[in-house]
Design a binder for this molecule. Structure first.
Ligand code: NAD
Length: 481
């Protein structure tokens, strides 16, 4: 039961942002939000239902009639305004991400800076993207596809909301946004940014409800032309299947089991701390985490020693403490999921080099797991095949470059890959053979103009830059006699 002091700090959220205003929820289900760092109740949130979703879709449809015909400059102005308002609230967005999700403060801030910059990146991409092309008596224009439904997961909610919105607005689409139901505090701050931006009514509508209720309504609606989704493979498949009934355009950003190929000339002083940072980023709850470290057999002992040394810089702890590298898992369910994979790894014969089952010492109150590194992992083991979504790194040995490439590509996923080595030409040659939407050489790198998305089960389509805007556009050719 909540004490008096707790009661005073528990937030109550009962509205959704529809047609330019915060309106009371039609949905009546109330969800408790728990702080993953200490297990305490922090918010009670009234979830949206199908009717809230339908109101939002209707508002977006009305707004599309004029927004769909805006010029590049009009859209660019809105993107700059969105950048301004999100930039002004980076501290609030960061605090909400730390509190409700347990994101480490350093990572959360970086991500929120990314969330503000992505609007300017989309503006730049829009300026570079020709929306009209013509030859002879043929003219092709790239037209906004219509109302877009944007659906995000809990691990980087406000960042994904911003990235999807930026591309949709650049393309001239109006939007109905379905954030993760586990991210209501971030969603509230972010929606207030939209209100502060004084956008045209109905351009952005935010309805936070369950995926199988609000998300499913967006997928089902004939008035929604496109779904841009980030989340699990299982839900991505449902969206693709159910969306077929209304011929939905879909962009699906799904899971990963990314390989990190350590070439035999790699500088371990640099490559091992980077490999741990890539594996444990966002507390391991990252689709792009490099969770399979491929190591030349001849250097395994050295790598083990380097990991035991470098792991000291990756402590689990209070996410609000700037020294913390790994925060809690988002929920009890996620904690148990990660524990079950660690158990499975041990049962299947992998050896725990560091970490293992249970809470780290002194962190029993929240959903903390031990940053864990397994050695003696075979690429066939469950922990090497399935996405764990926690701070668990698998070390797999290989014999030569061809063998490394084979193991790296022997996965159903293909979202990201990493290569490290001192001979850059050789690293490039290996990178060019990896089946992944992005490959980073010698680092944890990002470029908001580069396409992002997956091969194979990691998804369909690309986000960011001109590729991301094109995903919200439909070509129309006009042919004259
Ligand atoms: P999830 O698939 O359970 O949920 C994602 C979103 O989809 C949530 O908003 C949820 O409410 C909604 N949803 C659920 N059922 C739905 C339905 N039937 N119709 C429409 N929407 C529905 O994923 P999650 O647990 O929130 O996030 C973790 C997963 O996200 C991991 O698998 C991770 O790899 C993936 N992810 C991918 C990327 C990427 O860019 N490729 C980035 C981050 C996370």
């Amino acid at each position: 039961m909540a004490t008096m002091t707790e009661k005073e700090t528990i937030k109550t959220l009962t509205t959704h942002y529809i047609d330019g205003a915060f309106v009371e929820s039609h949905g009546r289900e109330v969800m408790d939000i728990i702080n993953p760092t200490n297990g305490q109740l922090i918010a009670r949130v009234t979830l949206a239902d199908e009717e809230d979703a339908r109101r939002a879709i209707a508002a977006a449809k009305r707004a599309f009639a004029s927004f769909g015909r805006t010029t590049k400059e009009e859209r660019a102005k809105i993107l700059r305004r969105l950048h301004e308002v999100v930039s002004a609230h980076i501290d609030d967005l960061t605090a909400a991400m730390v509190e409700e999700y347990g994101g480490t403060i350093a990572f959360s801030r970086l991500l929120m800076e990314g969330a503000s910059n992505v609007f300017l990146s989309a503006e730049k991409a829009l300026q570079e993207l020709p929306l009209t092309r013509s030859w002879g008596k043929t003219t092709v224009t790239l037209e906004p596809v219509g109302v877009a439904g944007l659906i995000t997961p809990w691990n980087a909610n406000s960042f994904f909301l911003s990235a999807k919105l930026a591309s949709a607005v650049a393309a001239g689409c109006t939007t109905v946004i379905k954030p993760s139901e586990l991210s209501p505090l971030q969603t509230r701050v972010w929606s207030e940014c939209l209100q502060e931006a004084e956008l045209p009514n109905g351009l952005c509508n935010v309805v936070a409800g369950r995926g199988d209720v609000v998300g499913a309504e967006l997928v089902r609606s004939p008035d929604v032309a496109k779904i841009s989704f980030t989340g699990s493979v299982a839900v991505g498949q449902t969206i693709m299947r159910d969306g077929a009934a209304t011929m939905k355009r879909v962009t699906l950003e799904l899971g990963g089991k990314s390989p990190n190929v350590l070439l035999d000339d790699a500088d371990l002083d640099q490559a091992i701390p980077t490999a741990l940072a890539i594996a444990f980023m966002n507390s391991g709850q990252a689709c792009v985490a490099g969770t399979r470290l491929l190591v030349p057999r001849t250097r395994l002992d050295e790598v083990k020693r380097a990991i035991l040394d470098a792991i000291r810089a990756f402590p689990a702890g209070d996410p609000a403490d700037p020294k913390t590298a790994v925060g809690p898992m988002v929920s009890q369910k996620q904690y148990e999921r990660v524990q079950s994979y660690i158990r499975k790894g041990i049962e299947e014969g992998a050896e725990v080099l560091v970490g293992g089952e249970g809470h780290p010492k002194g962190l029993e109150a929240g959903y903390f797991v031990k940053p864990t590194v397994f050695v003696n992992v075979k690429n066939e083991m469950t922990i090497a095949r399935e996405e764990i979504f926690g701070p668990v790194l698998c070390i797999i040995t290989y014999e030569n470059d061809e063998d490394a490439i084979r193991i790296a590509n022997d996965t159903t996923y293909g979202l990201h890959a990493y290569v490290s080595g001192t001979n850059v030409q050789r690293a490039r040659r290996v990178a060019s053979r990896l089946l992944a939407g992005r490959v980073a050489i010698n680092g944890m790198l990002d470029d908001q103009q580069a396409p992002f998305g997956g091969f194979k089960y990691s998804g369909v389509g690309r986000e960011f830059g001109t590729f991301g805007i094109e995903a919200f556009l439909e070509p129309r050719a006009i042919l004259e006699s």
